[in-house]
Design a protein around this ligand. Structure first.
Ligand code: NAD
Length: 371
């Protein structure tokens, strides 16, 4: 058995998800066993609590401590966006493999430096685009690639949530421009990555970015307002290199929508519809049968869709959000073992970041941008 020492940075929403996923991955990863070595958070009490809760051997307030720790092989980064570059580059310089949450960097120039540094150091990277680890997304990609939908005629993608829809929701790190753009980076990176996963590269786009809530309370309940400098909604028209065109929306003020990350792909022979709120289902339309009777059917996830069977032997019983993170960590462990990326890695995140940057530029200059 070989040990893979894990050092985690950040203990919030994603920090807990990473900790759970690394623990769960240990049950499935065979010869290579992830071991929770140390957790860092600027909030020391949160680091201590997380260490006790998940069984990390030690904790620290200083993320730099993880870089000097000889028992740590992998740095898992779940801090706010503006820290990703500094922490990733330090990890790479220390010879550690890096899993970093999305968006990888505030801009594509920084993402390119990060991807280049990882390649030069020969470390393996992965970025937290966990939704494409869904076994049904892999099925959708296969169906598109094998021609089951015929010639692809269009793509409509969306990532809409409502966690910023209340104007009383205070200013937070997600609105910090030093971490990059707003909804187009935070949510847009997921749906742009999913679009690339399904259909390949985007070659040009036109975007309209909108900040609908211009100022927010500096802190919860405060009457002091702070200007919002990043977008709340991004609406994109995209041209894929494969020839089809599409629309993509990223929106964090979409009242009523909790996790509408989804797409419709249409082709000359059929179509697929997916929504993350019901991510154990894929809607499939086949352009055949008698008119009046041929509608969308529901493909329900089951053990036929690997690696669903790792989690549950029975179809329709469903896997959950944290299971996608576990699949992501398992693929990362395999990538480290083989010394080659299983994606999405820093190079792919750089490609996605180029699209985010292009959307910001297109909206500012009111023009199409070639990628
Ligand atoms: P969060 O606010 O819940 O947690 C951030 C944590 O980082 C907090 O514990 C905070 O104390 C800590 N922190 C802040 N600055 C730090 C520093 N300099 N060093 C160490 N720790 C520091 O945020 P979150 O929702 O967990 O988001 C974190 C990252 O994960 C973001 O990049 C976000 O975009 C990404 N994210 C990804 C997904 C996904 O589905 N893949 C979902 C949500 C968030």
């Amino acid at each position: 058995m070989r040990k893979l020492g894990i050092g985690l940075i950040g203990t919030g929403f994603m920090g807990k998800s990473h900790a759970m996923a690394w623990r769960a991955a240990a049950s499935f990863s065979g010869e290579i066993q992830p071991v929770l070595v140390s957790v860092a958070d600027i909030d020391g009490s949160a680091a201590e609590r997380t260490a006790q809760q998940f069984g990390f051997q030690r904790w620290t307030r200083q993320w730099q401590d993880l870089m000097d720790d000889p028992e740590i092989d992998v740095i898992s980064i779940t801090s706010p966006n503006r820290f990703h570059a500094e922490q990733s580059l330090a990890a790479i310089a220390a010879g550690k493999h890096v899993h970093c949450e999305k968006p990888l960097a505030p801009d594509s120039a920084t993402a390119e430096i990060m991807a280049g540094a990882a390649t030069a150091a020969g470390v393996v990277t992965q970025v937290g685009f966990n939704y494409v680890k869904n076994p049904l997304l892999k099925l959708a990609r296969q169906m598109i690639a094998s021609g089951e939908l015929g010639q692809i005629t269009g793509f409509r993608g969306i990532h809409a949530e409502d966690f910023m829809s209340d104007p009383a929701t205070p200013w937070s790190w997600r609105l910090d421009p030093s971490g990059g753009a707003g909804a187009v980076a935070d949510l847009g990176s997921h749906i742009l990555g999913m679009a690339r996963f399904l259909l390949g590269p985007v070659e040009a786009l036109f975007a309209d970015l909108d900040t609908v809530i211009k100022a927010r309370p500096e802190q919860a309940g405060s009457s002091v307002m702070k200007a919002v400098e990043v977008d709340d909604i991004a609406r994109l028209t995209v041209k894929f290199a494969c020839g089809c065109h599409g629309h993509i929306e990223a929106n964090w003020v979409a009242s009523g929508h909790k996790m509408q990350l989804g797409f419709e792909v249409t082709g000359t022979s059929g179509a697929l519809i997916f929504n993350q709120e019901r991510f154990n289902e894929l809607q499939y339309f086949r352009n055949e049968g008698s008119a009046g009777k041929n509608g969308f059917t529901t493909i329900v996830a089951g053990p036929e869709h690997a690696p669903y069977g790792l989690f549950c032997p029975a179809p329709g019983h469903q896997i959950g959000f944290n299971d996608l993170k576990t699949i992501e960590m398992l693929e990362f462990i395999q990538a480290i073992d083989k010394g080659e990326s299983q994606g999405p890695d820093f190079e792919e995140a750089f490609e996605i970041q180029k699209l985010v940057d292009a959307a910001v530029r297109s909206s500012r200059e009111r023009t199409w941008v070639n990628i």
